[in-house]
Design a protein around this ligand. Structure first.
Ligand SMILES: Cc1cc2nc3c(=O)[nH]c(=O)nc-3n(C[C@H](O)[C@H](O)[C@H](O)COP(=O)(O)O)c2cc1C
Length: 293
């Protein structure tokens, strides 16, 4: 069962009718006394205990099935009663499954991406990709994340497109994921390397035949006289390759954004959002800091 955290004063009623509370509760009172970060000590408790806690309204964080998660919002967008303000100040909305604020950004990213896969109606792997041209003028567009591991975040494109040219010139980029239904954002900045031919070939081979032909047909980012020209190119290439193998175009491959920093953001009440940034200090070493919203 997928889970997300509710960060609010929670009762069984506010968690949703029939909510089957899972077995983890974070108690702020316990956290304050035992952790460098008073917000995030996790105290696993038994299912019975969690249930008992939810019999009345109490100041705990409870993990509930995502489908039952309801954020309590004022009917007036952006407005909350001032009396709620004080109790909001000691809360964090950043949670990563059942773990405390992570020291490992890749593990944390994976948890949030899995949550997005369960919540977003389309393309949970869509991310905006920012680059700069030779004048330092920024540009941004969406691409799809096609893989990530401890080396970085991979997407595929035409290397002669605008983004391709800009990245090959600067070898730098930034990424942004925004998952609306989760009220979460992840920002990534880093250096860019080109994936190996074997990696690009393997991904290209996994694509639909039409998409493989499309990669040949599209002179991405260059002027196109009319739509028919593109369609004719697709048809001609389709006939040329027939049912045979379609090689990967030499100008089509993958970029890997190797992060220098990764920031996790979660929407908070009164715009007092939670921000948590991990900055690379060594090959696999990261330092963490909270940021003002
Ligand atoms: C949700 C979404 C996902 C996209 N994914 C990719 C992708 O993975 N690779 C790609 O080259 N273009 C992708 N595009 C198209 C790009 O946004 C962009 O239009 C195209 O790559 C040309 O950008 P450029 O001229 O800045 O190089 C996607 C667009 C959207 C809206």
């Amino acid at each position: 069962m997928r889970t997300v955290a509710l960060s609010d004063t929670v009762s069984r009623e506010s968690a949703g009718a029939g909510a089957a509370i899972e077995a983890v509760v974070i108690e702020r009172s316990t956290a304050a006394s035992s952790s460098a970060d008073p917000f995030m000590t996790v105290q696993p408790v038994s299912k019975g205990h969690a249930r008992a806690k939810t019999d009345k309204t109490c100041n705990v964080r409870i993990i509930v099935p995502f489908s039952l998660c309801r954020r309590r919002r004022s009917p007036v967008k952006g407005a909350r009663r001032e009396s709620e303000f004080g109790s909001m100040m000691d809360k964090t909305t950043l949670t990563f499954g059942e773990i405390a604020l992570p020291a490992d950004p890749f593990a944390a990213f994976g948890i949030w991406l899995r949550d997005a896969e369960a919540s977003e109606p389309n393309d949970p792997n869509a991310m905006s990709l920012a680059t700069v041209d030779s004048d330092g003028l920024p540009d941004v567009r969406m691409v799809l994340l096609k893989g990530f591991d401890r080396r970085g975040f991979v997407f595929y494109t035409n290397f002669e497109s605008r983004k391709g040219e800009e990245i090959r010139a600067t070898r730098k980029a930034a990424l942004n994921f925004h998952w609306k239904s989760l009220h979460r954002q992840i920002r990534i900045r880093g250096d860019v390397e080109i994936v190996s031919d074997e990696e690009a070939d393997a991904y290209y081979a996994s694509r639909a035949r039409e998409s493989r032909i499309g990669a040949w047909a599209s002179l991405q980012s260059r002027p196109l006289e009319n739509r028919e020209t593109l369609e004719r190119r697709v048809e001609d290439l389709g006939s040329q390759y027939g049912e045979g193998p379609i090689p990967r175009p030499p100008v089509w491959s993958g970029f890997r954004v190797v992060p220098r920093e990764i920031e996790f953001w979660h929407d908070g009440a009164f715009r007092l959002h939670d921000r948590y940034r991990l900055t690379r200090t060594g090959a696999d070493d990261w330092t963490a800091s909270r940021l003002y919203p």
